[in-house]
Design a protein around this ligand. Structure first.
Ligand code: GLY
Length: 403
């Protein structure tokens, strides 16, 4: 009989109480949400550490950078519209502050966005959307097909009608990520390129964070901004975690040799009921997106998605077929049960000190300024903007009697 000797399980050393040398706040996740919170908190005088194995390389890297509260408005989402509009209004100041802090530009372009419809079915859909937008008092203008082509000669002669959303702008998401990393670092943040494995709690409140190497950081405040992975953080009671899921987006990057001559502004198209967008950057890059797929944590790029995106982009802007195809990637958006963000102190008992900032779904870049301001207000004991109140984590809290 083989002799077996049970190896004693090594307990990780328990965390010491935080001292003045420890971070005031640890931000988990270095997407645009986590980084902007870190930058703002550090600028407000807090000691901040951000933990992410690959800063900026998640959903923030794939995004198109459209700041489109009007073009992306959906029926029944009026309170989300108010939040989106509020964040859109913050973008000019946010850009100025960030560009000054980082010493570089982020490609914020105030061009407005064209929304186009091809066949009569698409036009009927766009007319309904237009009526809905007008009923909400949004700044949109209806355009004939001819007017669409005057504004954007690259749009197909077959366009039946369009709409101009004068306030829907864009920012270059990758320049944004780089600038946030620079600004956060300059403001004194420590960026730890590690994977956080658990949040340590004691007596119902946050005590620190443990990382994959086994090392631990003591802190009394943790911001959970790990996108669609936020639902799985170990150590936190289930009811304090945001119920987010991954929503796959496949997106392409094309390249034009003539940036001025291709498109002047983002163009969205409804093609046989499917939505496609083309977002031209000043340097000639054209972002074409995107799929919205419930595929779990799969990030494969599929031939079918690339084909469909190129086909629909070509139908709206025929010249797109001449451009170089420089990249096809897939990333995961964090979607909550109502597809709206989850921002605020984790209300559940037993997680004092935990703040949640995730669930931004298709609006992560747009909602970056208002999320940073809100979380900073929570961390510093100030009043968060009122329009964020409906997006409290408490709306998903499972009542204790039903557990
Ligand atoms: N907001 C664009 C997208 O999620 O595809």
């Amino acid at each position: 009989v083989a002799e077996t000797s049970a190896q004693p399980v090594e307990e990780p050393p328990s965390l010491a109480a935080p001292t003045d040398a420890d971070p005031d706040v640890v931000v988990l996740g270095a997407g645009t949400i986590g980084l902007s919170i870190a930058w703002k908190a550090a600028s407000a005088g807090m000691r901040v550490t951000v933990i992410d194995p690959e800063p900026g390389k998640g959903a923030s890297w794939a995004a198109a950078g459209m700041l489109a509260p009007v073009g992306e408005v959906h029926y029944g989402e009026e309170s989300l519209l108010a939040l989106n509009m509020s964040s859109a209004r913050m973008w000019p100041r946010f850009t100025n502050e960030l560009e000054r802090a980082a010493g570089r530009t982020i490609g914020y372009r105030r061009t407005g966005t064209l929304v186009t419809a091809l066949d009569q079915g698409d036009r009927a859909w766009l007319e309904q959307l237009f009526e809905f937008q007008r009923s909400l008092g949004l700044d949109v203008d209806w355009l004939s097909g001819r007017r669409v082509r005057e504004m954007e000669p690259g749009v197909t002669p077959g366009v039946s009608a369009g709409m101009f959303a004068a306030g829907d702008h864009q920012v270059d998401n990758r320049l944004l990520v780089g600038a946030l990393l620079e600004a956060a670092t300059s403001a004194g943040c420590t960026i730890l390129r590690e994977r956080a494995t658990s949040v340590e709690l004691e007596g119902g409140r946050v005590k620190g964070v443990r990382v994959e190497t086994g090392d631990a950081l003591s802190t009394l405040s943790v911001v959970l901004a790990t996108g669609c992975w936020s639902a799985d953080m170990q150590g936190v009671p289930r009811e304090a975690l945001p119920p987010v899921r991954p929503v796959k987006g496949q997106i392409l990057r094309l390249r034009s040799k003539d940036p001025e001559g291709f498109l002047r502004r983002p163009v969205r198209g409804i093609v046989n009921g499917a939505a496609v967008y083309l977002v031209p950057r000043a340097d000639g890059e054209v972002v074409v997106g995107s799929t919205v797929e419930e595929m779990g944590f799969d990030t494969s790029v599929t031939a079918g998605a690339v084909y469909a995106l190129l086909r629909d982009a070509h139908r709206v802007v025929p010249g797109s077929r001449e451009l170089e195809l420089s990249e096809a990637i897939a990333r995961l958006r964090p979607g909550s049960p109502d597809n709206a963000p989850v921002i605020g102190a984790a209300r559940a008992e037993g997680a004092e000190g935990l703040v949640v900032a995730t669930g931004h779904y298709r609006n992560g870049i747009l909602l970056t300024p208002v999320t940073a301001e809100t979380v900073c207000a929570i961390l510093t004991g100030a009043d968060p903007p009122a329009e964020v109140a409906p997006f409290t984590p408490a709306r998903f809290q499972v009542p204790s009697w039903s557990r």
